[in-house]
Design a protein around this ligand. Sequence first.
Ligand code: S3P
Length: 169
Amino acid sequence: MKNIALIGFMGSGKTTLAGLLADKLHYNLCEVDNDIIGISGYSSINEIFDKQGEDHFRGLEKIAIADALRKSNQVISCGGGVVNAPKTMELLKKNAIVVFLQADFKTITQRLKDTTSRPLFRDMEKAMTLYAERLPLYEKYGDIKIETDEKSPEMIAESIIKKLANHGG
Ligand code: S3P
């Protein structure tokens, strides 16, 4: 079966949903950020950004995703910024059904109010600008779009599974 890749802004629920979907569909779970840390030689995403910068991080992200896509039956939870890397998105579009988890910025700030592990969410103004810039990219790349505001992970997982069935996935 084709891989499933989850995209969406930080705090859109990709990690939680990927876990649920992998359980329900009996797929393998791939958390790209963890794989990136694994190949980086550092111990956190913050450390990679602070010591090597975002471009370096995006390079590792492409390697981690290309590696994940060599296998099938994977639910791949991508980092929120993958849509800014056209070559990586090309790989994903070819080898996975791309599911966009949509959430309003207000929902996202609520979900991430205690986060310390996201270097691009340290400055709220910048995060808001990034959200506005990325929204059209998520819309463009998503084969399937799911609204997540005010829905439980369980409800979201069920609507993804339904839409995947309609999509032929
Ligand atoms: C990023 C999102 C993060 C992580 C890194 C960069 C981004 O993943 O990949 O901090 O550019 O939006 P999550 O979306 O899982 O938080």
